[in-house]
Ligand binder design. Structure first.
Ligand code: B12
Length: 602
């Protein structure tokens, strides 16, 4: 058994030494600790008698640090202790630079990491933490694993069966130029893989695009505000980030879930890489690719490494591949394509670039998302088939609530999407949004507290179907202000509330997301990650139980979901239901989208 001598070279502060002793004893070492106020001479004396393999010293107070520590090392040299014993230093007063300059064999800064200490004692190359949080979830998790999608509510199941049968029958022989482009894109990718010429295919693709996109392919003209990324810009990122990431420091404290996601989409793929790397370093599990709204409103997608001056990063295969290249192997990647005219092609490109998750929501995309309901129903269902074919789960964000729709209507829409996906062999993930929505504000439904409503919105899913749950997108929307502390706090409270309800994943905002006057800043991103980590530390593995008020809200939502689905089933026309506002009316604040109207064939 190796002997480790622990000494606080500090007049009073020895808590770290006591902590180290316990952990080293538990790890099977013979740890001997000395009392506070120990002098360098006493440490060396003790070493001569105990003959430890390693001495670990702690210093907290910030004065006379160099003086006391160099005295210890000088004595260790002079007495011969240094020849047989390695000496490590840690504690609040120590920096990496100071430790190295003084000549310690090991220097430990920041929070105690036992894997580093044990690697030092065993004189081996630092490894990742073998137990504890660093190692958790280093394998890419499948959010849908273990869920059966069994419906507990047979009435809802039966209504969904009626709605989805009608919808799939309606869509059967229909197609759109969005679908045709997705098919051509698939063929183009195949040709490229096999090194075949694809000029004819490309011409066909171009003929199905809007004039602005056609001009890009024909005359290399770029849309307004868009430019090519320079090779030197690309190389600089490669130089910076082509190194292995040292460790994964999860946000979670005790639990294995939820996973935490945030969006990127600064407009510039290079900035995106920076954001992703910072987020990974601060413990994010997954990221979303957000594209610009104009990207979704034009027929056809561009190609190449492109950046532009607006929000959202242009969706091209090259941009996606570039961004993905720098992600850690365990970072989950969602390429969203839930709302525009390029929805099917987005799934094709996302798949080609290595996406782990898609985002498809027809009711949201064809109302708040702006796309015509007929068009998005045809494109969306084709996209669900692609998700099934690729084996990529898709999530269904309930962000229509932000327009004023009550949760039960939004949830009815999500359930229809789920049932459509399941019928087509895909794996859906519903995303009830935890927010202070206009519906709640106007009707005073969250005047007393923000807990009852939010937990009811999560708990109701457990009564309906065995499914993963992923509150998003992001949580806490409409509670955030431009005050970064307030914003990070609200996000962390919402995220942790969701965690106490055993959800599978949570999407969190950066603290300036709601009020950003330009691209989201990296600092603001760290705010929330930091706040969430501490909030999870604070609550550990405690769970929320529903108050009587929450129980009755949950039951009411459940009942009204059934009512809404029953009205839609009786209408016997899913698309008409969206046009007519059955899943969210104009009175609620939802209008049927108009982009791509009249473009469905068949
Ligand atoms: C507890 C405490 C005390 C206790 C100490 C009790 C004890 N037996 O240790 C008491 C109340 C006695 C005390 C007294 C004083 N304290 Co005091 N104290 C603290 C306090 C609140 C917590 C320190 C602590 O125990 N942390 C818990 C341990 C487990 O963690 P840690 O020390 O941060 O170490 C971690 C890592 O650094 C690492 N680590 C540490 N050492 C090592 C070593 C190795 C080898 C490794 C691998 C890792 C490692 O592991 C730990 C866990 O992650 C801090 C403020 C704070 N919040 O940190 C002030 C603080 C350290 N104290 C401070 C001061 C100034 C004093 C006094 C001088 C105040 C005074 N004017 O009287 C007196 C000391 C008087 C004297 N006689 O000299 C200052 C130091 C400022 C500075 N930069 O020098 C601090 C920062 C508070 C402040 N901001 O004023 N203090």
């Amino acid at each position: 058994m190796k002997t480790i001598l622990l000494a606080p070279l500090d007049p009073v502060h020895d808590n770290a030494i006591k902590l180290l002793k316990r952990k080293l004893d538990e790890a099977g070492y013979n740890a001997i600790s000395m009392p506070p106020g120990t002098t360098p001479e006493e440490v060396i004396q003790k070493s001569l008698t105990e003959k430890p393999e390693v001495i670990l010293v702690s210093r907290t107070l910030g004065y006379k640090v160099a003086e006391i520590l160099s005295q210890l090392l000088d004595l260790a040299e002079a007495s011969g202790v240094r020849d047989t014993t390695r000496i490590g230093i840690g504690g609040m007063a120590i920096t990496k630079e100071a430790g190295a300059e003084l000549g310690f064999d090991g220097c430990f800064v920041g929070e105690l990491k036992m894997n580093e200490v044990i690697d030092f004692i065993e004189n081996r190359v630092p490894s990742v933490e073998l137990t504890g949080k660093s190692n958790q979830l280093r394998i890419k998790p499948d959010i849908t694993a273990g869920y059966t999608y069994k419906f507990y509510d047979p009435i809802i199941e039966e209504l969904l069966e009626r709605i989805t049968s009608q919808t799939l029958a309606w869509v059967k022989d229909k197609t759109t130029i969005g679908i045709e482009r997705a098919k051509i894109r698939t063929e183009l990718l195949e040709c490229e893989k096999e090194g075949n010429s694809h000029n004819q295919l490309l011409d066909k693709y171009i003929s199905l695009c809007d004039p602005e996109i056609q001009n890009f392919y024909k005359y290399h003209t770029l849309p307004d505000g868009v430019r090519w990324l320079g090779q030197s810009e690309i190389n600089r990122v490669s130089d910076l980030f082509n190194v292995p990431h040292p460790d994964f420091n999860s946000l979670r404290h005790t639990e294995k879930k939820p996973l935490f996601f945030s969006q990127y989409g600064t407009g510039c793929p290079i900035m995106d890489v920076y954001h992703i790397k910072v987020s990974e370093a601060w413990g994010i599990d997954g990221v979303f690719h957000f594209d610009p709204s104009w990207n979704a409103q034009k027929e056809g997608l561009l190609e190449g490494h492109l950046t532009h001056e607006y929000d959202g990063t242009i969706l091209t295969l090259e941009n996606l591949q570039f961004i993905h290249h720098f992600m850690e192997p365990y970072t989950l990647w969602n390429v969203r394509g839930h709302r525009g005219l390029n929805t099917p092609e987005t799934q094709v490109l996302g798949h080609a670039a290595g996406a782990d998750l898609f985002k498809i929501n027809i009711p949201y995309g064809s109302t708040a998302g702006g796309t015509d309901p007929q068009r998005l129903t045809v494109d969306g269902i084709y996209s669900l088939m692609l998700a099934a074919q690729y084996g990529i789960p898709f999530d269904i964000p309930g962000n229509d609530e932000l327009s004023g729709v009550p949760p039960y209507k939004t949830f009815a829409g999500i359930l229809i999407m789920m049932a459509l996906g399941l019928k087509l062999g895909a794996r859906p993930i519903p995303k009830p949004l935890l927010c202070y929505s206009p519906y709640m504000t106007i009707n005073g439904l969250m005047d007393d507290n923000m807990i009852d409503m939010n937990v009811a919105k999560l708990a109701v899913w457990r009564d309906i179907v065995d499914t993963p749950i992923w509150p998003g997108e992001p949580v806490g929307f409409m509670t955030h202000t431009s005050d970064r502390v307030q914003s990070a706090l609200q996000t962390s409270l919402h995220a942790s509330l969701a965690a106490t309800m055993d959800v599978d994943a949570v999407t969190i905002a950066s603290s300036d997301e709601a009020y950003s006057k330009g691209p989201i800043s990296v600092q603001a991103r760290v705010d929330t990650l930091r706040a969430v980590r501490d909030q999870l530390r604070f609550q550990g593995s405690i769970k929320t139980t529903l108050s009587p008020a929450a129980e009755s809200i949950k039951d009411e939502i459940h009942e009204k979901i059934t009512e809404t689905l029953s009205i839609i089933a009786d209408r016997d026309d899913f698309v008409a239901s969206i046009y007519e506002g059955l899943i969210g009316s104009q009175e609620d604040g939802l209008y049927p989208g108009r982009i791509g109207a009249g473009t469905v064939n068949g």
